[in-house]
Write a protein that binds this ligand. Structure first.
Ligand SMILES: C[S@@+](CC[C@H](N)C(=O)[O-])C[C@H]1O[C@@H](n2cnc3c(N)ncnc32)[C@H](O)[C@@H]1O
Ligand code: SF4
Length: 278
């Protein structure tokens, strides 16, 4: 329902600003939308560019920041960069959590006390289906890493990506929720989304076909330009998709913000997605 008190010309809230920190990854998940792998082109966004954009984002009115990849923690500067970003706006970083084994979890100590949430991917309560999609031993590594992060005092979220061709089994989902709770992750910190048919998921014919209206509008900055959503700067057959590219100009941030708001103004009311993409 439309809020009658809302001005028809008031720009929609900007919400979260995303950064693609890099595109390479130590894993090569079956559905990965960026076709990330150890030898992928890195397409790194320098820390100074992220911090400068975050500074402008705070001034413009964004509410928070997201950092994704690739695997952001392959970058040695990631913990320090997250602390700098979080001094400007609350930040969530997405990770496969496979690089925090043993004493390496200590790399994240600088995040303790900062408004940074670490969002870890975990697709099933059971190792077999999770590892078939992500990597051998991935489930065991994630289940080891989460409580260690929680013990350090870091807020952990869990992201589950489901193949929409597989009917949802309520019992499996209940076991996954029991697992994340037992690891110290609250229900409100569990995100579930379908596989989107982009990148490697498109190559293998997996996932939902998402149009622009299905993707939550969240301005996304990459080394190659600014995109409509973090589901925009995907890679297919090694080439960057540009169907959701807004502009190649990312500095000053007001340039992509203006392009983003022009597209938003042409959208129907409501900011939710029909497909539950988060
Ligand atoms: C691209 S990864 C980058 C961060 C990190 N490497 C990770 O896996 O969490 C970010 C999130 O996107 C999810 N993802 C990857 N490919 C997807 C696709 N085709 N559709 C929907 N989500 C996808 C991953 O499972 C992960 O939760
Ligand atoms: S989903 Fe994340 S962990 Fe898996 S290959 Fe893609 S970037 Fe790497």
């Amino acid at each position: 329902m439309t809020d009658p008190s809302a001005s028809p010309s008031a720009p929609a809230p900007l919400g979260r600003l995303w950064f693609y920190a890099n595109y390479h990854c130590n894993l090569a998940c079956r559905y990965c939308l960026t076709e990330s792998a150890p030898n992928s082109a890195r397409r790194m966004l320098p820390a100074e560019r992220m911090v400068r954009a975050a500074d402008q984002a705070a001034e413009i009115g964004f509410t928070d920041l997201g950092v994704t990849g690739g695997e952001p923690f392959l970058r040695p500067d990631m913990p320090e960069t997250l602390v700098r970003l979080a001094e400007l706006l609350p930040t969530v970083v997405l990770t496969n959590a496979t690089l925090f084994r043993g004493s390496r979890v200590e790399r994240l100590r600088p995040l303790v006390g900062a408004p940074v949430a670490v969002q870890v991917s975990l697709d099933s309560a059971d190792p077999t289906p999770n590892d078939a999609l992500r990597a051998p031993d991935n489930h065991a590594m994630v289940v080891e890493a989460i409580p260690r992060l929680v013990e350090l005092g870091i807020r952990v979220r869990v992201a589950t990506t489901l193949d929409p061709a597989v009917p949802v089994d309520e019992e499996d989902q209940a076991r996954l929720c029991a697992l994340h709770r037992s690891l110290g992750v609250a229900d409100e910190d569990h995100v579930v989304r379908p596989v989107v048919r982009r990148g490697r998921a498109d190559t293998v014919g997996m996932g939902v076909v998402a149009r622009i209206d299905d993707l939550p509008p969240e301005l996304t900055i990459t080394a190659d330009g600014a995109f409509w959503s973090p589901f925009g700067p995907t890679v297919r057959d090694g080439r960057l998709d540009t169907d959701l590219l807004l502009t190649r100009t990312t500095d000053p941030l007001r340039t992509p913000v203006a392009a983003f708001q022009r597209v938003m103004a042409g959208r129907p009311p409501g900011d939710d997605s029909r497909l539950g993409i988060r």
